[in-house]
Design a protein around this ligand. Sequence first.
Ligand code: SF4
Length: 688
Amino acid sequence: MAQAVRTTCAYCGVGCGIRATVTGEREVRIEGDPDHPANRGKLCSKGTHLGETVGLEGRLLHPMIGLKRASWDKALNLVAKKFRDTIAQHGPGSVAFYVSGQLLTEDYYVANKLMKGFIGTANIDTNSRLCMSSAVAGHTRAFGEDVVPANYDDLDAADLIVLVGSNTAWCHPIVYQRIRARCEAGAKLVVIDPRRTETAEEADLHLAIRPGSDVTLMNGLLAWCREAGVIDQAYLDAHVATPDGFWDGIGEGSDLWSVARTCDVAPSDLRRFYEMFAATPRTVTMFSQGINQSLTGTDQVNAIINVHLATGRIGKPGAAPFSITGQPNAMGGREVGGLASMLASHMDFSPESRERVQRFWASPAMAEKPGLKAVDLFRAIDEGRIKALWVMATNPAVSMPDAGRVREALAACPFVVVSDVMASTDTGAFAHVRLPAAAWAEKDGTVTNSDRTISRQRAIFPLPGEAKPDWWIVKEVGRRMGWKTAFTYDRAAEVWREHARLSTYQNDGARLFALPGAGAGGNAAYDEMTPFRWGGDRPFADGRYSTPDGRARLVPVAQKPLQAPLARWPLTLNTGRYRDQWHTMTRTGLSPKLARHREEPLVEVHPDDADELGMSDGGLARVETPQGDSIYRVLLTNAQRRGEIFTPIHWTDRTSSGGRTGLLPRPLTDPFSGQPGFKLTPARLDPV
Ligand code: SF4
């Protein structure tokens, strides 16, 4: 009998370990890995059904130039020549990569090195920008570095777990099982979410706040904690810089009644939450897209972190703010500089950091400043400033806000390369060259989950057709662009060792991200790597942060005015995931069992709103926003607040004639993180 391969789930940031046993040609039995610290043998529906998605149906198995099959040599030479020619004519800022939290760390590293160290621009951004970049910006403002100061074991030690903007039961199910287990042992659960999700249903307290009022809620909590005498002044004095006037700003409009009015919740419920929080030192506040995907996402993140810093609830068992990421390797991408705003190994664009990375890479043309973030990047394509684009492992024609405009931009872009697993994707339709990438079951590399645990993904099957790993494709283009000695890797392990060496290279200890010893032991050590967490169990446990003076920062944040409904757009559109689908369904769409949960895209509407609009359960309705419109089947539910509707993000032109949620959100972003605000779009709803 074949031996089980230890690998990691392809989907969410929980990062569950899997044991995969080959049972036939492209057939595999999937089981949870009991030895993986993230899941201890459990898997959710998506992970369990991964075996249904590993067939070769619909796969891109050969390089394609236009509609014609081409050799790898011809396709790679063309990509290298087009990028070289474009740079020669218009400068390095005229090209861009748009990559993905689905890439492995090794793929991300090589793409980042080629763009920032050799092409000489930081125009490489990732779909993780849409997922958690507000958390990155918030961490950096507060801690001096993008570090998650918690781990999953903290959930087992917490007496109160607060989930903010997270339908954890659907989007991070194995973490949610852990939370439920802790609640059964006596911990309390508070859910803060405008929708009464499955997660909210099971909470001890659900605050269905007005969308976008999170800063008011958290500043009110901070004011309450001060009144209640639970500010940890000794911790603040020793470890935190408090700007002048910080507490004056918190006091304004933060009395219970004002907060309840702004957040549109019952004062008695609000009081209960504040009392629970104030009385419970071991509190974990976990947050996700409801916080991040906002025009004020970074402020919302800092409002949460402020409360934890001021009460000294950080760096201790069961006490921390905890950002949980969406994708399997958003964190790995952050570590190697996959965002346009960062360099590798958590370095920024300061002259010292640039020089350090340049020395390490022997780079001929280091990027001088941050590059274009996702929304700006596609705007630059639309305006003709970016003339050559390479999209890897993601589907921006569906997933970007204002996706209709993104499609127009892709159609007008002089040269588009798409590396993907699937032959037919919405974005691939705009490609001049398509390159066949290795899929989850064929790839070798590492991923980092939400609690900083690095795990191996391992190949279960040989590469099919002419598919190649993403790191290999990028390095071949780098070599053909003229940088042969910098891109010599023959296997993922070599990329990993270089990444690990860079993380400790001239790192004076001010940066927490470092992988000492992780590159030792050669290929055998890489092959046998078991999951490990970088940064220790609780970074900042010693009260020393990654800022120049070693102190964390309280960041003054104030509530931005909340938009009143407009006559033309009387509703507010919120968007998100279904339990059993993933992104644009290129993988989960292959599983009939997963399709059963929700077979079509629904618009969720409060029954009283539906009454006023003259629509009934199961009918069709058009959701319209200033950006576009799409048709959905109506689901009436009291889980929605009045005046607010919800649609799922997954359906595309390939899978449905309606339900195209990407067409609807505005391409507006948080000013610090560049993350789009998917959760609060003015909208209208009309029966069809
Ligand atoms: Fe995969 Fe996330 Fe489910 Fe774990 S919780 S099995 S990582 S989708």
